[in-house]
Design a protein around this ligand. Sequence first.
Ligand SMILES: [Zn+2]
Length: 196
Amino acid sequence: MRIANEQISKMQTVLNGPNPKSHPAVVAAFGTNVNIFEIKSGVAKLQTETFFVDSADARPDVTQGATNDRDKHVLFGSSYFAGNDDKMRAGTVIHELAHTINKDVDHFKTDGSPYDFGAKPDTKNFLVGYSHMKDLKALRSDQMHKNTDSYCVFGEEDAKLARWALEEEDLDDQSSCVALTKRVPITLRIRLPQNR
Ligand SMILES: [Zn+2]
């Protein structure tokens, strides 16, 4: 949680700095035609609003994290507790925060427009925010403030940029957030009948 909070504070510093639209962490997470106003208000809410974690134990029916659409309660699963390091956990927390607090989504139509929060894609042709981020950024960067995982990537990219500035290393466009979601299947929703 501490790392997640630090990342959210750093996001705000970037967004309130000069020309946030062309900041490399913003471009990496949202693309080149972003709606800075929406991203700013989303990140501000991440910093101030509360979400609820019912249990400090891993839920057997959850892999990484899961959000209950209705009551802002978040559960974490075995991969979150056992398989992740602290930075990965921070990314999962930020991802679930974006779902619970801002009603951001994982699913997009093939034209890049987001599905409503809680809506299931009605076709097999849909794009997923954490798997098709590159395509979605190219298609509808102006809608990427609705993409849950962009906030996870924003936090991670910003931390990496700060680190790289110190180490004078080259940029790498693969964030560990995206690498994580590719490697570990994330349970998107709690698999309970009353949730859907
Ligand atoms: Zn999600």
